[in-house]
Write a protein that binds this ligand. Structure first.
Ligand code: C5P
Length: 219
């Protein structure tokens, strides 16, 4: 571990998508690459933090210098996050599936010749950010993300209250911004004090700024 302002601190980072199985060979997923979460984990480690990185099946390369825990589903991500406590801070950058398939089959679904497609039943997944925010062993600083397409500041401010977290890192993911899946990000940091608009930066630079703010908050 490098010497730095986060030396002796433990930070939990969730990252990447989750996969929710339909049957043994099929799943429901989303387009999260895990790039921003990975960059945040590396930036925190560079400031000396011990980082537990809980990731779904992300396409981004795994961060270096951190403990990586690979999971598939939202429920597994919650269990891994819970097992990683206590932590000084939790950064929930994962794009967790809102629903899982309750009727997930033990064997591969097959066409039965009737021409009638199967019906999938869904149940709501646990909300990891909310769970950590209201946890008996709540990290001192809990940070969530908000991917918005409209009214970024208003929606993210409402999300901060709803989730019970300290900060929301909001970004505009309208396709024309090229942010989702791209190398850059333009975020608004929502804290108790209001909204702070950051310039468009690489995800690595956004991560370094966020890590520096986290170090200040935990100092
Ligand atoms: O409103 P939404 O659920 O999309 O908020 C996104 C934020 O909540 C992100 O920080 C995401 O990591 C977190 N989240 C979570 N568990 C869920 C859903 C979202 O931790 N089941």
């Amino acid at each position: 571990l490098s010497d730095g302002p986060l030396k002796g601190r433990h930070v939990l980072v969730t990252s990447g998508p989750t996969h929710e199985p339909i049957d043994p060979v099929r799943y429901i997923a989303n387009r999260s690459s895990g790039a921003q979460g990975t960059a945040i984990a590396e930036a925190l480690a560079a400031l000396g933090a011990r980082v537990t990185f809980v990731t779904g099946p992300a396409t981004a390369p795994r961060p270096r210098g951190v403990q990586v825990i690979e999971v598939e589903t939202a429920q597994q991500m919650l269990d891994a996050a819970d097992a990683a406590l206590p932590a000084d801070a939790a950064i929930c950058a994962a794009a967790v599936a809102d629903w899982r398939v309750t009727s997930a089959a033990g064997s591969k679904l097959k066409k039965d010749g009737s021409g009638k497609p199967p019906t999938l039943d869904f149940a709501e997944n646990p909300d990891i950010l909310r769970t950590l925010s209201t946890h008996a062993r709540r990290p001192r600083l809990v940070v969530g993300f908000a991917a918005e397409t409209d009214d970024v500041i208003a929606n993210a401010t409402a999300k901060r209250a709803r989730k019970g977290c300290d900060w929301i890192v909001a970004n505009d993911v309208r396709p024309e911004t090229g942010i989702m899946g791209g190398p850059e990000n333009a975020v608004v940091l929502i804290t108790e004090g209001g909204a702070d608009e950051w310039p468009r930066l690489t995800k690595a630079e956004t991560a370094r700024r966020l890590a520096a703010r986290i170090a200040e908050a935990l100092a």
